[in-house]
Design a protein around this ligand. Sequence first.
Ligand SMILES: Cc1ncc(COP(=O)(O)O)c(C=O)c1O
Length: 484
Amino acid sequence: MLQATRRLALSRIIKGSTLNRMSINGGPAALQSRGVSTSADDLCELGRRHVTNGLGRLTEGIMAKGSGSYVEYEDGKRLLDFTSGIGVTSLGHCHPKVSQAAAEQCLTLVHAQCSIAFHKPYLQLVERLLPVMPHPSLDSFFFWNSGSEAVEAAIKLARVATGRQHIICMQGGYHGRTYGAMAVTKSKTIYSEGVFPVMPGVFSIPYPYWHQHGLPPSTPTSTLVSRSLYQLDLLLAQQSAPRDTAAIIVEPLLGEGGYVPAAPEFLQGLRDVCDKHGILLIVDEVQSGFARTGKFFMIEHSGVRPDIMVIAKGLANGFPLSGVVGRKEHTDKLKPGTMGGTYAGNAVSCAAAVAVADVIKGENILANVQDRSRELFDSLEALRSDPDVFPYILDVRGAGLMVAVEFSSPNGPGAQFDPVTKADSPKSLASRVVKACIDKGLLIMTTSAYEVVRFIPPLNISHQDLKKGAEIFGQAVRQVLREG
Ligand SMILES: Cc1ncc(COP(=O)(O)O)c(C=O)c1O
Protein backbone atom coordinates (compact mmCIF):
# COMPACT_ATOMS: atom_id res chain seq x y z
CA MET A 1 0.00 0.00 0.00
CA LEU A 2 2.77 2.38 1.04
CA GLN A 3 4.74 1.43 -2.07
CA ALA A 4 1.72 2.12 -4.31
CA THR A 5 1.11 5.52 -2.70
CA ARG A 6 4.78 6.37 -3.09
CA ARG A 7 4.79 5.36 -6.76
CA LEU A 8 1.74 7.51 -7.42
CA ALA A 9 3.34 10.48 -5.69
CA LEU A 10 6.56 9.93 -7.62
CA SER A 11 4.80 9.80 -10.97
CA ARG A 12 3.09 13.08 -10.02
CA ILE A 13 6.43 14.69 -9.21
CA ILE A 14 7.97 13.51 -12.44
CA LYS A 15 4.99 14.76 -14.43
CA GLY A 16 5.08 17.93 -12.34
CA SER A 17 6.03 20.10 -15.27
CA THR A 18 2.75 19.18 -16.97
CA LEU A 19 0.62 20.06 -13.94
CA ASN A 20 -1.52 23.11 -14.35
CA ARG A 21 0.24 25.82 -12.39
CA MET A 22 -3.01 27.73 -11.94
CA SER A 23 -4.46 24.82 -10.03
CA ILE A 24 -1.46 24.73 -7.69
CA ASN A 25 -1.33 28.43 -6.97
CA GLY A 26 -4.97 29.35 -7.26
CA GLY A 27 -4.46 31.24 -10.56
CA PRO A 28 -2.97 34.63 -11.45
CA ALA A 29 -5.82 36.61 -9.94
CA ALA A 30 -5.33 34.89 -6.59
CA LEU A 31 -1.58 35.46 -6.76
CA GLN A 32 -1.99 39.14 -7.57
CA SER A 33 -4.44 39.60 -4.73
CA ARG A 34 -1.73 38.18 -2.41
CA GLY A 35 0.79 40.66 -3.84
CA VAL A 36 2.73 37.93 -5.69
CA SER A 37 4.30 38.89 -9.04
CA THR A 38 3.18 36.76 -11.95
CA SER A 39 5.02 38.00 -15.03
CA ALA A 40 8.64 37.10 -15.70
CA ASP A 41 9.46 40.80 -16.11
CA ASP A 42 7.95 41.62 -12.71
CA LEU A 43 9.89 38.79 -11.10
CA CYS A 44 13.15 39.90 -12.71
CA GLU A 45 12.55 43.43 -11.49
CA LEU A 46 11.95 42.02 -7.99
CA GLY A 47 15.22 40.12 -8.28
CA ARG A 48 17.16 43.18 -9.41
CA ARG A 49 15.83 45.10 -6.44
CA HIS A 50 15.96 42.47 -3.71
CA VAL A 51 18.66 39.93 -4.58
CA THR A 52 22.08 40.94 -3.28
CA ASN A 53 24.27 43.03 -5.52
CA GLY A 54 27.12 40.75 -4.45
CA LEU A 55 25.96 38.22 -7.06
CA GLY A 56 27.09 38.71 -10.64
CA ARG A 57 24.93 37.29 -13.47
CA LEU A 58 25.93 36.29 -16.97
CA THR A 59 22.47 36.54 -18.54
CA GLU A 60 19.27 38.47 -18.04
CA GLY A 61 15.97 36.69 -17.57
CA ILE A 62 14.77 33.59 -15.75
CA MET A 63 16.18 30.18 -16.57
CA ALA A 64 13.11 28.00 -16.41
CA LYS A 65 13.95 24.53 -17.73
CA GLY A 66 16.87 22.34 -18.57
CA SER A 67 17.01 19.16 -20.57
CA GLY A 68 20.22 17.45 -21.64
CA SER A 69 22.55 19.96 -23.26
CA TYR A 70 19.96 22.77 -23.48
CA VAL A 71 18.42 25.34 -21.16
CA GLU A 72 15.29 27.33 -21.76
CA TYR A 73 14.42 30.75 -20.41
CA GLU A 74 11.00 31.90 -19.30
CA ASP A 75 10.70 34.05 -22.46
CA GLY A 76 11.20 30.96 -24.65
CA LYS A 77 14.87 31.60 -25.46
CA ARG A 78 16.68 28.24 -25.79
CA LEU A 79 20.47 28.01 -25.41
CA LEU A 80 22.96 25.24 -25.97
CA ASP A 81 24.66 25.05 -22.58
CA PHE A 82 28.47 24.96 -22.61
CA THR A 83 28.63 26.05 -18.96
CA SER A 84 26.90 23.07 -17.31
CA GLY A 85 26.16 25.40 -14.40
CA ILE A 86 29.96 25.90 -14.04
CA GLY A 87 30.86 22.25 -14.36
CA VAL A 88 28.01 20.88 -12.25
CA THR A 89 25.33 19.36 -14.51
CA SER A 90 27.94 17.17 -16.13
CA LEU A 91 25.46 14.55 -17.29
CA GLY A 92 23.22 17.22 -18.80
CA HIS A 93 20.25 18.92 -17.23
CA CYS A 94 17.75 16.69 -15.44
CA HIS A 95 19.38 13.41 -16.42
CA PRO A 96 16.40 11.02 -16.10
CA LYS A 97 18.23 8.41 -14.01
CA VAL A 98 19.67 11.00 -11.63
CA SER A 99 16.40 12.92 -11.27
CA GLN A 100 14.50 9.68 -10.77
CA ALA A 101 16.91 8.55 -8.02
CA ALA A 102 16.57 11.92 -6.28
CA ALA A 103 12.77 11.91 -6.60
CA GLU A 104 12.56 8.41 -5.13
CA GLN A 105 14.81 9.43 -2.24
CA CYS A 106 12.58 12.50 -1.69
CA LEU A 107 9.72 10.15 -0.98
CA THR A 108 11.75 7.85 1.24
CA LEU A 109 13.94 10.01 3.49
CA VAL A 110 15.02 13.56 2.74
CA HIS A 111 17.17 14.40 5.74
CA ALA A 112 18.94 11.93 7.97
CA GLN A 113 21.30 14.21 9.87
CA CYS A 114 24.81 12.80 9.54
CA SER A 115 25.61 13.19 13.24
CA ILE A 116 22.46 11.30 14.19
CA ALA A 117 22.66 8.21 11.99
CA PHE A 118 24.07 6.70 8.83
CA HIS A 119 21.74 6.75 5.86
CA LYS A 120 21.79 4.34 2.98
CA PRO A 121 22.64 6.67 0.04
CA TYR A 122 25.64 8.02 2.03
CA LEU A 123 27.05 4.52 2.43
CA GLN A 124 26.15 3.48 -1.10
CA LEU A 125 28.01 6.53 -2.35
CA VAL A 126 31.12 5.53 -0.38
CA GLU A 127 30.75 2.06 -1.91
CA ARG A 128 30.61 3.55 -5.45
CA LEU A 129 33.52 5.94 -4.89
CA LEU A 130 36.02 3.60 -3.21
CA PRO A 131 36.88 1.71 -6.42
CA VAL A 132 37.31 4.89 -8.50
CA MET A 133 39.64 6.73 -6.14
CA PRO A 134 42.96 7.62 -7.81
CA HIS A 135 44.77 5.65 -5.10
CA PRO A 136 43.52 2.91 -2.75
CA SER A 137 44.93 4.78 0.26
CA LEU A 138 42.06 7.30 -0.15
CA ASP A 139 39.60 5.37 1.94
CA SER A 140 37.93 7.74 4.41
CA PHE A 141 35.06 10.02 3.36
CA PHE A 142 33.21 13.02 4.70
CA PHE A 143 30.46 14.64 2.62
CA TRP A 144 29.50 18.27 2.89
CA ASN A 145 27.49 20.67 0.69
CA SER A 146 29.79 23.01 -1.23
CA GLY A 147 33.30 22.89 -2.60
CA SER A 148 34.38 25.69 -0.27
CA GLU A 149 33.20 23.77 2.77
CA ALA A 150 35.08 20.69 1.64
CA VAL A 151 38.23 22.80 1.19
CA GLU A 152 37.79 24.03 4.78
CA ALA A 153 37.48 20.42 5.93
CA ALA A 154 40.59 19.43 3.98
CA ILE A 155 42.63 22.22 5.62
CA LYS A 156 41.33 21.23 9.04
CA LEU A 157 42.18 17.59 8.42
CA ALA A 158 45.69 18.47 7.23
CA ARG A 159 46.34 20.62 10.30
CA VAL A 160 45.05 17.96 12.69
CA ALA A 161 46.88 15.11 10.93
CA THR A 162 50.25 16.90 10.87
CA GLY A 163 50.01 19.12 13.94
CA ARG A 164 51.31 21.92 11.69
CA GLN A 165 49.60 25.10 10.50
CA HIS A 166 50.89 26.55 7.25
CA ILE A 167 49.25 25.92 3.90
CA ILE A 168 50.97 26.50 0.56
CA CYS A 169 48.73 27.28 -2.40
CA MET A 170 49.13 28.32 -6.03
CA GLN A 171 49.05 31.79 -7.56
CA GLY A 172 46.10 31.52 -9.94
CA GLY A 173 44.37 28.88 -7.78
CA TYR A 174 40.71 29.07 -6.79
CA HIS A 175 39.22 27.16 -3.86
CA GLY A 176 36.11 29.09 -2.80
CA ARG A 177 34.61 32.02 -0.96
CA THR A 178 34.59 31.05 2.72
CA TYR A 179 37.39 32.45 4.89
CA GLY A 180 39.80 29.52 4.75
CA ALA A 181 39.06 28.77 1.10
CA MET A 182 39.35 32.47 0.27
CA ALA A 183 42.78 32.59 1.91
CA VAL A 184 44.11 29.92 -0.45
CA THR A 185 42.40 31.49 -3.47
CA LYS A 186 44.76 33.56 -5.63
CA SER A 187 42.99 33.76 -8.98
CA LYS A 188 41.49 37.27 -8.60
CA THR A 189 41.50 39.82 -5.79
CA ILE A 190 37.72 40.29 -6.08
CA TYR A 191 37.09 37.21 -3.93
CA SER A 192 38.74 38.68 -0.83
CA GLU A 193 38.88 42.40 -1.64
CA GLY A 194 38.01 44.57 1.34
CA VAL A 195 37.35 41.72 3.77
CA PHE A 196 40.77 40.86 5.21
CA PRO A 197 42.04 39.37 7.45
CA VAL A 198 41.35 35.96 5.97
CA MET A 199 42.83 32.75 7.44
CA PRO A 200 46.49 33.35 8.31
CA GLY A 201 49.40 30.96 7.68
CA VAL A 202 49.01 30.86 3.89
CA PHE A 203 51.88 31.09 1.36
CA SER A 204 51.85 30.77 -2.40
CA ILE A 205 54.03 29.81 -5.33
CA PRO A 206 53.40 30.46 -9.04
CA TYR A 207 51.46 27.74 -10.88
CA PRO A 208 53.41 26.47 -13.91
CA TYR A 209 51.36 28.71 -16.21
CA TRP A 210 53.42 30.99 -18.46
CA HIS A 211 51.53 34.13 -17.33
CA GLN A 212 52.42 33.43 -13.69
CA HIS A 213 56.10 33.60 -14.67
CA GLY A 214 55.77 36.50 -17.15
CA LEU A 215 56.83 34.20 -19.99
CA PRO A 216 55.32 33.55 -23.44
CA PRO A 217 53.05 30.56 -24.23
CA SER A 218 55.86 28.97 -26.24
CA THR A 219 57.91 28.44 -23.03
CA PRO A 220 58.84 24.76 -22.67
CA THR A 221 56.89 22.94 -19.98
CA SER A 222 60.13 21.86 -18.33
CA THR A 223 61.09 25.53 -17.79
CA LEU A 224 57.73 26.37 -16.23
CA VAL A 225 57.87 23.32 -13.98
CA SER A 226 61.41 23.95 -12.77
CA ARG A 227 60.69 27.63 -12.11
CA SER A 228 57.60 26.79 -10.03
CA LEU A 229 59.36 24.04 -8.09
CA TYR A 230 62.34 26.37 -7.54
CA GLN A 231 59.95 28.89 -5.97
CA LEU A 232 58.59 26.13 -3.73
CA ASP A 233 62.10 25.28 -2.50
CA LEU A 234 62.79 28.96 -1.87
CA LEU A 235 59.53 29.34 0.00
CA LEU A 236 60.32 26.40 2.27
CA ALA A 237 63.78 27.87 2.93
CA GLN A 238 62.77 31.52 3.36
CA GLN A 239 59.14 31.79 4.49
CA SER A 240 57.50 28.60 5.73
CA ALA A 241 59.76 26.00 7.36
CA PRO A 242 58.80 22.42 6.47
CA ARG A 243 58.13 21.64 10.14
CA ASP A 244 55.46 24.37 10.15
CA THR A 245 53.94 23.39 6.81
CA ALA A 246 50.87 21.15 6.94
CA ALA A 247 49.86 20.95 3.28
CA ILE A 248 50.22 22.04 -0.29
CA ILE A 249 46.88 22.56 -2.04
CA VAL A 250 46.70 22.38 -5.82
CA GLU A 251 44.18 22.10 -8.63
CA PRO A 252 45.60 19.58 -11.11
CA LEU A 253 43.87 21.64 -13.79
CA LEU A 254 43.61 25.28 -12.81
CA GLY A 255 39.93 26.27 -13.07
CA GLU A 256 39.03 29.88 -12.29
CA GLY A 257 42.69 30.74 -12.89
CA GLY A 258 42.42 30.02 -16.63
CA TYR A 259 41.87 26.30 -17.35
CA VAL A 260 45.54 25.38 -17.31
CA PRO A 261 46.52 21.73 -16.89
CA ALA A 262 49.50 21.14 -14.60
CA ALA A 263 52.25 19.09 -16.20
CA PRO A 264 52.58 15.65 -14.56
CA GLU A 265 56.21 16.52 -13.70
CA PHE A 266 55.01 19.46 -11.62
CA LEU A 267 52.53 17.34 -9.67
CA GLN A 268 55.20 14.68 -9.19
CA GLY A 269 57.59 17.41 -8.00
CA LEU A 270 55.03 18.51 -5.39
CA ARG A 271 54.58 14.88 -4.32
CA ASP A 272 58.37 14.48 -3.88
CA VAL A 273 58.62 17.64 -1.77
CA CYS A 274 55.67 16.50 0.36
CA ASP A 275 57.25 13.06 0.88
CA LYS A 276 60.59 14.60 1.79
CA HIS A 277 59.14 16.89 4.45
CA GLY A 278 56.05 15.07 5.74
CA ILE A 279 53.74 17.65 4.14
CA LEU A 280 50.31 16.52 2.89
CA LEU A 281 49.25 17.01 -0.73
CA ILE A 282 45.66 18.25 -1.05
CA VAL A 283 44.34 17.83 -4.58
CA ASP A 284 41.29 19.95 -5.38
CA GLU A 285 39.20 18.08 -7.97
CA VAL A 286 36.07 20.16 -7.40
CA GLN A 287 35.94 21.30 -11.03
CA SER A 288 38.18 18.74 -12.75
CA GLY A 289 36.75 15.57 -11.16
CA PHE A 290 34.01 13.10 -12.12
CA ALA A 291 35.07 12.30 -15.68
CA ARG A 292 35.38 15.95 -16.74
CA THR A 293 38.91 15.46 -18.14
CA GLY A 294 38.46 12.01 -19.70
CA LYS A 295 39.54 10.13 -16.58
CA PHE A 296 37.55 9.87 -13.39
CA PHE A 297 39.92 12.40 -11.78
CA MET A 298 42.41 14.76 -13.42
CA ILE A 299 45.19 13.67 -11.05
CA GLU A 300 45.09 10.20 -12.66
CA HIS A 301 46.69 11.65 -15.81
CA SER A 302 49.86 12.13 -13.73
CA GLY A 303 49.71 8.99 -11.59
CA VAL A 304 50.42 11.14 -8.52
CA ARG A 305 48.93 10.07 -5.19
CA PRO A 306 47.01 12.73 -3.24
CA ASP A 307 46.92 12.57 0.56
CA ILE A 308 43.61 14.40 0.63
CA MET A 309 41.22 14.96 -2.26
CA VAL A 310 38.38 17.49 -2.46
CA ILE A 311 35.35 16.77 -4.66
CA ALA A 312 32.05 18.53 -5.50
CA LYS A 313 30.28 19.97 -8.60
CA GLY A 314 29.76 17.04 -11.04
CA LEU A 315 29.54 14.62 -8.10
CA ALA A 316 25.74 14.94 -7.87
CA ASN A 317 24.82 16.63 -11.20
CA GLY A 318 23.26 19.69 -9.58
CA PHE A 319 22.28 18.52 -6.12
CA PRO A 320 24.44 20.23 -3.50
CA LEU A 321 27.13 17.82 -2.39
CA SER A 322 30.86 17.94 -1.79
CA GLY A 323 33.33 15.65 -0.13
CA VAL A 324 36.76 15.37 1.38
CA VAL A 325 38.51 12.06 1.04
CA GLY A 326 41.56 11.18 3.09
CA ARG A 327 43.47 8.30 4.56
CA LYS A 328 41.94 6.51 7.53
CA GLU A 329 45.18 6.83 9.50
CA HIS A 330 44.77 10.61 9.21
CA THR A 331 41.02 10.89 9.70
CA ASP A 332 41.28 8.67 12.80
CA LYS A 333 43.07 11.60 14.42
CA LEU A 334 39.89 13.70 14.16
CA LYS A 335 37.82 13.66 17.35
CA PRO A 336 34.17 12.72 16.71
CA GLY A 337 32.20 15.92 16.32
CA THR A 338 35.00 17.92 14.70
CA MET A 339 33.48 17.21 11.27
CA GLY A 340 29.78 17.71 10.64
CA GLY A 341 27.17 20.18 9.49
CA THR A 342 23.38 20.32 9.54
CA TYR A 343 22.93 19.42 5.88
CA ALA A 344 26.22 17.61 5.34
CA GLY A 345 25.87 14.62 3.01
CA ASN A 346 22.16 15.13 2.40
CA ALA A 347 20.32 11.92 1.52
CA VAL A 348 18.73 13.24 -1.70
CA SER A 349 22.07 14.60 -2.92
CA CYS A 350 23.83 11.33 -2.06
CA ALA A 351 21.15 9.31 -3.88
CA ALA A 352 21.67 11.54 -6.93
CA ALA A 353 25.45 11.05 -6.67
CA VAL A 354 25.06 7.26 -6.55
CA ALA A 355 23.06 7.50 -9.78
CA VAL A 356 25.75 9.77 -11.30
CA ALA A 357 28.47 7.22 -10.55
CA ASP A 358 26.33 4.47 -12.11
CA VAL A 359 25.62 6.54 -15.21
CA ILE A 360 29.29 7.44 -15.71
CA LYS A 361 30.08 3.75 -15.74
CA GLY A 362 26.93 2.40 -17.44
CA GLU A 363 26.71 4.98 -20.23
CA ASN A 364 30.39 4.91 -21.14
CA ILE A 365 30.82 8.60 -20.35
CA LEU A 366 34.64 8.54 -20.28
CA ALA A 367 34.76 7.36 -23.91
CA ASN A 368 32.35 10.10 -24.96
CA VAL A 369 34.47 12.74 -23.20
CA GLN A 370 37.58 11.54 -25.03
CA ASP A 371 35.85 11.50 -28.46
CA ARG A 372 34.14 14.88 -28.05
CA SER A 373 37.35 16.36 -26.61
CA ARG A 374 39.28 15.46 -29.77
CA GLU A 375 36.54 17.03 -31.89
CA LEU A 376 36.55 20.21 -29.81
CA PHE A 377 40.34 20.59 -29.93
CA ASP A 378 40.36 19.91 -33.70
CA SER A 379 37.73 22.54 -34.26
CA LEU A 380 39.48 25.16 -32.07
CA GLU A 381 42.84 24.47 -33.72
CA ALA A 382 41.20 24.84 -37.15
CA LEU A 383 39.80 28.19 -36.05
CA ARG A 384 43.20 29.27 -34.79
CA SER A 385 44.81 28.36 -38.11
CA ASP A 386 42.67 30.97 -39.90
CA PRO A 387 45.16 33.82 -40.67
CA ASP A 388 42.56 36.45 -39.61
CA VAL A 389 42.17 34.82 -36.21
CA PHE A 390 45.65 33.42 -35.55
CA PRO A 391 47.27 36.62 -34.18
CA TYR A 392 44.59 36.96 -31.50
CA ILE A 393 44.52 33.43 -30.04
CA LEU A 394 47.40 32.90 -27.64
CA ASP A 395 46.55 29.40 -26.47
CA VAL A 396 44.11 26.50 -26.82
CA ARG A 397 44.43 24.21 -23.81
CA GLY A 398 42.77 21.92 -21.29
CA ALA A 399 41.91 18.27 -20.97
CA GLY A 400 38.81 16.27 -21.84
CA LEU A 401 35.85 18.63 -21.83
CA MET A 402 37.50 21.26 -19.63
CA VAL A 403 38.95 23.36 -22.42
CA ALA A 404 39.87 27.02 -22.87
CA VAL A 405 40.83 29.51 -25.53
CA GLU A 406 42.99 32.43 -24.41
CA PHE A 407 42.85 35.61 -26.50
CA SER A 408 45.39 38.38 -26.70
CA SER A 409 44.91 41.59 -24.76
CA PRO A 410 46.23 45.15 -24.99
CA ASN A 411 46.01 45.69 -21.24
CA GLY A 412 46.06 42.53 -19.05
CA PRO A 413 47.53 42.35 -15.53
CA GLY A 414 51.19 43.38 -15.53
CA ALA A 415 50.85 44.43 -19.19
CA GLN A 416 54.08 46.44 -19.26
CA PHE A 417 56.11 43.36 -18.27
CA ASP A 418 54.09 40.69 -20.05
CA PRO A 419 55.67 39.56 -23.34
CA VAL A 420 52.26 38.56 -24.76
CA THR A 421 50.64 41.96 -24.35
CA LYS A 422 49.51 43.04 -27.82
CA ALA A 423 48.97 46.78 -28.06
CA ASP A 424 46.90 46.48 -31.27
CA SER A 425 44.63 43.73 -29.91
CA PRO A 426 40.93 44.57 -29.55
CA LYS A 427 39.94 45.05 -25.90
CA SER A 428 37.93 42.57 -23.77
CA LEU A 429 37.90 39.89 -26.46
CA ALA A 430 36.76 37.09 -24.12
CA SER A 431 33.68 38.81 -22.71
CA ARG A 432 32.71 40.19 -26.13
CA VAL A 433 32.99 36.72 -27.71
CA VAL A 434 30.88 35.29 -24.88
CA LYS A 435 28.20 37.90 -25.47
CA ALA A 436 28.19 37.20 -29.21
CA CYS A 437 27.90 33.45 -28.51
CA ILE A 438 24.92 33.98 -26.20
CA ASP A 439 23.22 36.15 -28.85
CA LYS A 440 23.71 33.27 -31.31
CA GLY A 441 22.31 30.61 -28.95
CA LEU A 442 25.37 29.28 -27.10
CA LEU A 443 25.71 29.75 -23.34
CA ILE A 444 29.41 29.92 -22.51
CA MET A 445 31.57 31.81 -20.00
CA THR A 446 34.91 33.48 -19.39
CA THR A 447 37.36 32.62 -16.64
CA SER A 448 40.46 34.11 -14.94
CA ALA A 449 42.05 37.56 -14.84
CA TYR A 450 43.06 37.08 -18.50
CA GLU A 451 41.08 36.97 -21.75
CA VAL A 452 39.96 33.36 -21.47
CA VAL A 453 36.75 31.65 -22.65
CA ARG A 454 36.10 28.22 -21.16
CA PHE A 455 34.21 25.27 -22.58
CA ILE A 456 32.47 23.02 -20.02
CA PRO A 457 29.80 21.18 -22.03
CA PRO A 458 27.94 18.19 -20.62
CA LEU A 459 30.07 15.05 -20.68
CA ASN A 460 27.41 13.14 -22.64
CA ILE A 461 27.00 15.83 -25.30
CA SER A 462 26.34 14.52 -28.79
CA HIS A 463 28.67 14.95 -31.77
CA GLN A 464 26.07 17.23 -33.42
CA ASP A 465 25.65 19.54 -30.43
CA LEU A 466 29.39 19.80 -29.84
CA LYS A 467 29.89 20.68 -33.50
CA LYS A 468 27.08 23.22 -33.36
CA GLY A 469 28.59 24.91 -30.27
CA ALA A 470 32.08 25.00 -31.76
CA GLU A 471 30.69 26.54 -34.99
CA ILE A 472 28.82 29.24 -33.08
CA PHE A 473 32.01 30.02 -31.16
CA GLY A 474 33.96 30.35 -34.43
CA GLN A 475 31.32 32.69 -35.90
CA ALA A 476 31.35 34.78 -32.71
CA VAL A 477 35.15 35.10 -32.72
CA ARG A 478 35.22 36.18 -36.37
CA GLN A 479 32.40 38.68 -35.82
CA VAL A 480 34.08 40.29 -32.78
CA LEU A 481 37.45 40.49 -34.55
CA ARG A 482 35.77 42.13 -37.59
CA GLU A 483 34.21 44.69 -35.23
CA GLY A 484 37.72 45.40 -33.88
C1 LIG B 1 38.62 24.06 -7.94
C2 LIG B 1 37.52 24.61 -7.09
N1 LIG B 1 37.57 24.45 -5.76
C3 LIG B 1 36.61 24.92 -4.95
C4 LIG B 1 35.52 25.59 -5.46
C5 LIG B 1 34.47 26.13 -4.54
O1 LIG B 1 33.29 25.41 -4.67
P1 LIG B 1 31.89 26.04 -4.22
O2 LIG B 1 31.57 27.13 -5.17
O3 LIG B 1 30.94 24.87 -4.34
O4 LIG B 1 32.04 26.49 -2.83
C6 LIG B 1 35.40 25.76 -6.85
C7 LIG B 1 34.26 26.47 -7.44
O5 LIG B 1 34.24 26.88 -8.56
C8 LIG B 1 36.44 25.25 -7.68
O6 LIG B 1 36.39 25.41 -9.01
